[in-house]
Design a protein around this ligand. Structure first.
Ligand SMILES: Cc1cc2nc3c(=O)[nH]c(=O)nc-3n(C[C@H](O)[C@H](O)[C@H](O)COP(=O)(O)OP(=O)(O)OC[C@H]3O[C@@H](n4cnc5c(N)ncnc54)[C@H](O)[C@@H]3O)c2cc1C
Length: 379
């Protein structure tokens, strides 16, 4: 597979943007667990946010593949900043695929234009990998849903203007995959409370919050898709977003490899640069090869989505493999920095901490492996 001229240009522009905007300030954001939202606005102005959103809703109408290419380049420079900027549309994939025309017109353009941030609350304290076990309840009263419950680890929970929330609407339904619905809520609604979570291991520029939902009112027109169809819509959503996470893993691995290469070329040992030693060269060769294979896999997986034939097994392979590659490569890259990596080199330390998230969110590595194996066994 080869990139088109347009895709090469998008990648290059994303790389330049990230180098100009993230590099100098990544340490500050990581230390302070904060982000400067003027960078997100600038990214919107430059057309990097919501590229997959169709043109009639102000997007560029590109594929999820291009969105992933941007993620790779952003994460290559700094994962925390990359997540802070590109997660602002998280949930819009479902609005675009299943939402009414009214919802799409109202909620998609502000995301692209730098006027609004959104998030998607699925996970709860007692329901993570087992998303079907969520308890947040939405009850229909007249022309409204009344929502009560709580959400855990919600990206952009304290920043978002609106949040898509996975709720139980049909708890009596026998089939546990037909009990859920996705409903958009306004975070300015009385009863919405978001508490920022401090002390994350990595991607600290990105906001993560615990959410309490107490008698939140949402018009029934804010239902995204069909009542009872939320879980199936979620699987469609993950087909799109898991490729994006795979691209994050490839980006953080590529960035770590580049930091390691710069270090071994300048560090002297045994009468010359570290990079002359065969043992060191083998490590570099293995890291680079694993990154390239993870990249090829996510390209194919993302392509399956954009061609309208999403392959969940391939997508799970891409996500699991990219997480595995990211964690392996940052570990090797830190090793190549020796004591300087452990003690002084902030960038590689940050990449080391950031990479782990790729193996956890949007389907942990075990969940991805279960999907792969179940499919193979069923065939
Ligand atoms: C920084 C960050 C941002 C996040 N952002 C969001 C967000 O915006 N929205 C949202 O809804 N969620 C978000 N999450 C939540 C994330 O998706 C969950 O943490 C993830 O799905 C795992 O769920 P859990 O933490 O409850 O772990 P658990 O489900 O309790 O899993 C614990 C361990 O058990 C393993 N495990 C679980 N089930 C199985 C099984 N069947 N077989 C084998 N092993 C299994 C898991 O792989 C994992 O290793 C975020 C999390 C983090 C850390």
């Amino acid at each position: 597979m080869e990139l088109t001229r347009e895709q090469i240009d998008i990648k290059q522009a994303a790389r330049e943007f990230a180098e100009g905007e993230f590099k100098e300030r990544a340490k500050e954001f990581d230390e302070n667990e904060s982000f400067d939202l003027s960078i997100w606005k600038k990214a919107c102005e430059n057309g990097f946010v919501g590229t997959f959103i169709q043109e009639e809703y102000s997007g560029a109408g590109l594929g999820f593949f291009e969105h992933s290419l941007i993620a790779e380049e952003f994460w290559r420079v700094d994962p925390g900043c990359g997540q802070a900027v590109l997660s602002t549309t998280f949930g819009s994939e479902m609005i675009q695929a299943f939402g009414s025309e009214e919802l799409k017109k109202k909620y998609l353009p502000p995301l692209v234009n730098g006027e609004a941030i959104m998030g998607f609350g699925i996970t709860e304290a007692d329901a993570g990998s087992d998303a079907a076990a969520i308890k947040t309840r939405a009850e229909k009263k007249g022309d409204k849903y009344i929502i009560n419950g709580s959400k855990m680890f919600t990206t952009n929970g304290t920043l978002a203007q609106y949040l898509l929330v996975l709720c139980l609407t049909n708890p009596e339904e026998k089939n546990s995959h037909k009990r859920h619905s996705a409903i958009l809520i306004d975070t300015g609604s009385p009863g919405y409370e978001a508490t920022k979570i401090h002390g994350k291991m990595g991607i600290r520029a990105s906001d993560t919050a615990e959410i309490s939902l107490s008698n939140i009112e949402a018009p029934i027109t804010n239902l995204v898709g069909k009542e009872g169809n939320g879980f199936h819509q979620l699987m469609d959503f993950f087909n799109k977003t898991r490729n994006h996470v795979a691209a994050q893993g490839v980006g953080v691995a590529q960035g770590a490899l580049e930091l390691a290469l710069a270090h071994i070329k300048k560090r002297k040992a045994f009468g010359g640069a570290l990079s002359r030693l065969q043992g060191i060269q083998f490590m570099i060769a293995e890291m680079a090869t694993r990154i390239e294979s993870a990249r090829s896999l996510y390209w194919r997986a993302a392509y399956s989505v954009d061609k309208g034939r999403p392959d969940p097994t391939l997508i799970s392979m891409a996500k699991w493999n990219a997480g595995d590659t990211a964690v392996y490569v940052v570990n090797q890259a830190l090793q190549l920095h020796g004591g300087y990596g452990y003690i002084a080199e902030y960038d590689i330390q940050r990449f080391y901490r950031d990479a782990k998230i790729v193996e956890i969110y949007e389907g942990s590595r075990e969940v991805e492996k279960s999907i792969i194996a179940n499919d193979l066994i069923k065939r």
